[in-house]
Design a protein around this ligand. Structure first.
Ligand code: BYC
Length: 472
């Protein structure tokens, strides 16, 4: 469906036929732009950036490229096309038509999920605000900005749902989305990972690999929602999410490649003396970002998750492709947790284990990416394997919270943990070293910082030395 760009707020939801909604969103828009100016990528308003903009939501229309100033990016409201025959795929209302309006009894639940989802989008832009100053290349700078504008648009997507379907409460929640800030001691973002800093590009690539991937799994579950407007908006958001994870996976891969090159060329593991990022440090950053992202899936056994499912509000990953009864009463699922000082596996009702099931899907997806990194390392002739730590490692949420678990899944005493923590998680010294590599942005087309290899190819068929960002 084509997007109407003649409107102040580009959209494919026929906004002009609902004057009240249109006015409410036009009221919110300047606040969003003020937020972008104050909290978005710092000092970039005059840059022309080679961005992808959606002009329609079908396969051909969502990837139109050209140089654009970010404040002029056409943020708007784009929902995937409506399937008039779509029915609820699971839960108590399985088989009934999906809802076009919010059922009264689900109002609070749906609002809470939409607000939680929406809150992460501007949070990530805030976390990445200063990264442009130390970009390792024009290509990377452009990718950062592409991600930033799309996260901005994902905020628009959730704000539209709040304004269109939740009346006054929705408007207040939309305001609050611009008032909470990542890491703010008084008004923090809702979920833990979104209050962490993204101070350097290694953190950025790990974040886009691990935390954006949580986005993929959460959006895919919400795309199964019986509330059709939420489903349609998440379906379109997912098309954009893929690029964010690509940036993370290839970013980490390019750093690994450069490190391996330095190791081979100089016949040493100590690439720090050569300005590279050593493999053990890469592993520590991986450990940190993986465990922080695992927390985003919530408790292993969760009545919230069971209720979302039974009520038809939030499904499983690729729900309609799963071959079972889609009701799940009477079935069980094995979870791992800590009980009586031991890590145990136990059966719990499948309905209450839906967070854990989604986390498992996520872990398998992460593992596939790590395998690709390891293939690259092996091909470079280096004997080293990157590993996902155990799911209980360094967790803050759920059954492992507070327990001391080693990366290989052993329950430790406080003393054992303290003796090893610096081998497993980035130390202040590691972070200081990585930060020290983040020099002024490399802005000559086709040039790259010393600690990262060039990408295999450019964006949208452009050469790698294309002027992806023009500074004016
Ligand atoms: N931090 O029963 P539980 C993305 C709370 S990322 C803080 O397990 P539930 C993106 C929980 O709220 C995707 N609090 O909860 C990526 C609950 O609070 P109450 C974001 C947490 O509801 C990169 C309590 O603990 N989208 O898009 O089953 C860049 C009990 O827990 C945390 C979504 O998250 C935490 N980590 O599961 C840009 C989808 N975890 O009720 C964007 C919407 C749990 O006691 N959210 N709590 O006050 C949800 O589906 C659910 O809220 C959660 C939690 C899966 C997050």
């Amino acid at each position: 469906m084509a997007i109407d760009y003649s409107q102040l707020i580009p959209n494919n939801v026929d906004l002009s036929s609902d004057r009240r909604l249109q006015r409410a969103l036009e009221n919110w828009q300047p606040r969003f732009l003020d937020w972008w100016k104050d909290m978005g990528p710092d000092g970039t308003s005059s840059f022309d950036v080679y961005l992808r903009t959606a002009i329609s939501t079908d396969a051909n229309g969502w990837a139109n490229f050209g140089h654009v100033k970010m404040p002029d990016y056409r943020w708007g409201i784009f929902l995937a096309d409506r399937d008039p025959d779509r029915v609820i795929a699971y839960g108590d209302d399985k088989g009934k038509p999906v809802w076009q309006d919010v059922p009264g009894e689900l109002r609070t639940t749906l609002r809470r999920l939409i607000v939680t989802q929406g809150d992460t989008e501007p949070a990530s832009v805030e976390q990445q605000r200063l990264l442009g100053k130390t970009a390792p290349s024009l290509y990377d700078l452009r990718n950062l900005f592409q991600i930033n504008v799309e996260e901005g648009r994902h905020l628009w997507a959730m704000v539209y749902l709040l304004h269109a379907h939740f009346g006054r409460d929705g408007r207040e929640e939309a305001e609050a989305m611009l008032e909470r800030h990542s890491g703010d001691p008084d008004k923090p973002r809702i979920l833990g990972a979104f209050n962490e800093e993204t101070p350097d590009w290694l953190s950025f690539f790990m974040f886009t690999f691990f935390t954006d991937r949580d986005g993929k799994y959460q959006l895919a579950s919400l795309a199964e929602s019986g509330f059709d407007p939420l489903s349609r908006t998440c379906r379109f958001m997912l098309t954009e999410e893929a690029h964010h994870m690509f940036v993370g996976e290839t970013g980490v891969s390019r750093i690994l490649q450069r490190t391996c090159e330095l190791m081979k060329e100089h016949k040493t593991d100590d690439v720090r003396t050569l300005g590279g990022i050593d493999l053990p440090t890469m592993q520590k950053y991986l450990n940190f970002h993986f465990s922080v992202s695992l927390d985003l899936f919530g408790q292993e056994a969760s009545t919230n998750a069971a209720n979302y499912y039974t009520q038809g509000v939030k499904g499983r990953f690729l729900e309609t492709r799963i071959d079972d009864d889609h009701v799940l009463t009477g079935t069980s699922y094995e979870i791992e947790t800590v009980e009586d000082g031991r890590i145990v596996r136990k059966s719990v009702p499948a309905l209450s284990a839906l967070n854990e099931r989604l986390r498992q899907d996520y872990i398998e997806d992460c593992a596939r990416g790590v395998l690709r990194w390891n293939k690259m390392i092996e091909k470079a002739g280096i004997d080293f394997e990157m590993k996902l730590p155990h799911r209980g490692f360094d967790r803050r949420i759920g059954g492992f919270a507070g327990a001391r678990v080693s990366p290989d899944g052993r329950l430790l005493s406080e003393a054992e943990w303290a003796a090893n923590e610096s081998k497993w998680l980035p130390t202040d010294e590691d972070r200081a070293y990585v930060t020290s590599l983040m020099g002024p942005a490399v802005i000559e087309p086709g040039k790259y910082a010393n600690w990262i290899a060039p990408p295999a190819r450019g964006i949208n068929g452009q050469p790698v030395d294309f002027d992806y960002v023009r500074f004016n």
